[in-house]
Design a protein around this ligand. Structure first.
Ligand code: PLP
Length: 386
């Protein structure tokens, strides 16, 4: 199905809301029934029956129809944050005493969940791998491995994993594959088609796209996995609120045009930085020089607005550079309209940063929508100051 058709019209049922072109925010916690039996017979998986707001909401349902179609999955569930979506996938897949394989550069709070709660309360062990080759995963596999956690590309050093290769391996060993697809968005990568079981996006980034909400979504291609997730979300009470759901729907309208512009600007910024004498190294999947170029071209059809680099200088020089920037604001997160800069490893030891495959001086920028010329001039004046 055409992406534009999904983003603008899929899942909408205009006749159910007075032919309004934009669906309302169903700002309600419950729905009423004619009879007691109707209430008990209402089917939670029927897209036209709603019962209680912790279970499902009509605005949220439209959003889920769109994301499932974008990811070529069978069903999506939208959560109150990316982390609540990620935690639901882990809890659905792991049993007491099990084993997880996770890439070392996965999102920090998810690693903390694996190493903290999962280990302490469920006796689940996690093995970390760089994840550049399928062989590394094969070596890390155990008979009790239940889940493989991928993030391709990872969001600081932009290393990629072979989604198809790892998924085939996991399938042959009876484990599930989870992947964080936030960087690529479904516009540029469709992991379910490559064999992954769960695709996660934090909608706080590109899907929302306007830095005005927190949310997350899980999409699966197997109905049985979807049922587990539906039940977990209901029991954990972690559905997105209707207003945030509506804002994500609004963000999705322009997802494709936005990510293309983020990519265009980031491509120019990456090329500029790569040729700058004060820059030692640039990390971006859009660069021809990326060491995993061939794999990137096999599974990603593009890159978005986030990239990292290292300058030829001290940690203090890197901090000064960030603080000299005028358009790029210092701030965590990314995926919104605004340009941001962060030093994700600035408080890590050089040793820890190295195992995370960067240095403590690594600088990450998100290229927003202010325009390539303005942003490159900002980088230029910042680099002149060091
Ligand atoms: C921000 C982020 C998350 C977490 O999303 P929240 O909505 O903040 O919970 C997960 N993965 C990646 C790659 C992120 O950047």
């Amino acid at each position: 199905m055409d992406t534009g058709l999904i983003l603008e019209h899929w899942g909408e049922e205009y006749e159910r809301y007075y032919n309004a072109i934009v669906p309302p925010v169903f700002m309600n916690s419950l729905h009423v029934f004619d009879t007691i039996d109707d209430y008990y017979d209402s089917d939670k998986t029927d897209k036209h029956t709603y019962c209680y707001g912790r279970v499902q909401n009509p605005t949220v349902r439209i959003l889920e129809e769109k994301i499932a179609a974008l990811e070529e999955g069978c069903v999506s569930y939208v959560f109150s944050s990316g982390m609540s979506a990620a935690a639901a996938a882990v809890l659905a897949s792991c049993k007491v005493g099990g084993h997880v394989i996770c890439i070392r550069n996965a999102y920090g709070p998810l690693k903390n969940f694996l190493l903290g709660y999962l280990r302490e309360h469920m006796n689940i062990e996690t093995t970390f791998v760089d994840g550049d080759t399928v062989e590394e995963f094969r070596e890390a596999f155990r008979d009790d491995t239940q889940l493989v956690v991928l993030e391709s590309p990872s969001s600081v050093v932009f290393s990629v994993q072979d989604i198809r290769g790892v998924s085939e391996l996991a399938k042959s060993r009876g484990a599930r594959v989870y992947i964080d697809n936030t960087f690529c968005t479904p516009i540029y990568q469709k992991p379910l088609a490559l064999g992954a079981d769960y695709v996660m996006h934090t909608t706080s980034k590109y899907m929302g796209g306007h830095s005005d909400l927190i949310g997350g979504v899980l999409t699966v291609k197997e109905p049985a996995l979807g049922e587990e997730i539906r039940i977990l979300r209901e029991q954990l009470g972690s559905i997105i609120g209707p207003m945030e759901g509506w804002l994500i729907l609004r963000g999705l309208r322009t997802l494709e045009v936005r990510v293309k512009e983020h990519e265009r600007v980031a491509g120019k910024a990456a090329a500029y930085l790569e040729n700058h004498p004060k820059v030692k190294k640039v990390y971006y999947t859009g660069l021809k020089s990326h060491p995993q170029r061939e794999l990137i071209e096999r599974q990603q059809s593009g890159s978005t607005g986030l990239l990292s680099f290292e300058i030829d200088g001290s940690l203090e020089d890197a901090k000064r550079f960030c603080q000299e920037l005028r358009i790029f604001k210092i701030g965590v997160s990314w995926g919104g309209f605004e340009s941001l800069v962060m030093m994700p490893y600035a408080r890590q030891s050089e040793e820890v940063s190295r195992t995370m495959r960067g240095s403590s001086g690594i600088i990450r920028i998100h290229c927003g929508l202010e325009g390539a010329g303005l942003l490159i001039r900002d980088l230029e004046q910042g680099l002149e100051k060091i």
